[in-house]
Structures are given as structure tokens and as C-alpha cells.
Ligand binder design. Structure first.
Ligand SMILES: [Zn+2]
Length: 157
């Protein structure tokens, strides 16, 4: 039997340790949580995606009474970004969340599996790593790529 090990490198930083570029994305992701429509979960997520054309596109989760019809913040931002700027490549994404108590969640929020898979497609299109910044009140995680969030990912490419 062979065994393989998958290692994911996560940099844990404080807000002050982020670069100006990263801090801007975090600020915009946090701001985007205010535009979440989450009357069912009361879990308000915001995402900000930096594109290689200099634009930053934000999104927030949008829920629906028919639950599967809603969309996460990450995919709201990603699909809007690609629909608006189809030639632009993703460079980074920051994700933040406010919990049911109205406060930013303590530990960094991570994207769901469906969002990881969707974001991986855009990373593949970019032909370069897309930095992933997961925001929490107590810490911020910076991962080097979407692929690092989805080991053994399914990919057509
Ligand atoms: Zn998701």
C-alpha cells in the first residue's frame, strides 16, 4: 500500500499584517456582508474578487424561500465578475461573514464545496493561482490558491 499526504499551507495573519491590496479586499468583503439577503439563515457572507484588469467585484449571499435557489456570496461575486468582465482573470478573493448574533464570526469563514469547485474553474481559466483570503474576527487565513482549498479536485482541464 502506498500512502500520500496532502499538505495545505495556510498563513495566519492579523489585519495589520496584510498588504494594502489584501486589506482593501478584506474591507470590501466585510462591506459586502451588508448587502447579503439572508432572512432564513441570518448568516451574512460577503466576497470580494480582484481581477487582473484592476476591477474588484463584490457579492453577497442571496437566499430564497426555495432554499436551493439561493446562491452563496462567492458564486454571486464570481459569476457576476465573469459575466461582466469575461476576459479578465481572477487574482484573489476575500470572504467575510457576520453570524446570527450580528457580529463578524470569530474564526475565518471558508467557502462551501460548491463554491470551491466553481472558483477552481476560474483559477484554471486564469492559468495562475488565485489567492484565497478567509476572514474572521480573531484571525485571517491566506491560502495560495483555490486548488489548495479543494484537494483532489475534479477538473476538466
Ligand atoms: Zn458556497
Amino acid at each position: 500500500m502506498k500512502e500520500k499526504e496532502i499538505v495545505v499551507r495556510i498563513a495566519e495573519l492579523s489585519y495589520d499584517e496584510l498588504s494594502d491590496r489584501q486589506r482593501k479586499l478584506v474591507d470590501l468583503a466585510r462591506k459586502a456582508t451588508e448587502r447579503s439577503y439572508a432572512p432564513y439563515s441570518n448568516f451574512h457572507v460577503g466576497a470580494a474578487i480582484e481581477l487582473d484588469n484592476g476591477e474588484i467585484v463584490t457579492g453577497a449571499n442571496q437566499e430564497n424561500a426555495a432554499f436551493p435557489s439561493g446562491t452563496c456570496a462567492e458564486r454571486t461575486a464570481a459569476f457576476y465578475a465573469h459575466a461582466t468582465y469575461p476576459d479578465a482573470r481572477f487574482k484573489a478573493i476575500a470572504i467575510a461573514a457576520v453570524g446570527t448574533d450580528g457580529k463578524e464570526i470569530a474564526e475565518p469563514v471558508a467557502p462551501c464545496g460548491a463554491c470551491r469547485q466553481s472558483l477552481l474553474e476560474f483559477e484554471t481559466l486564469a492559468k495562475d493561482n488565485v489567492e484565497v483570503i478567509l476572514v474572521g474576527a480573531n484571525a485571517i487565513y491566506v491560502l495560495p490558491s483555490v486548488r489548495s482549498t479543494l484537494p483532489l479536485a475534479f477538473s476538466e482541464f
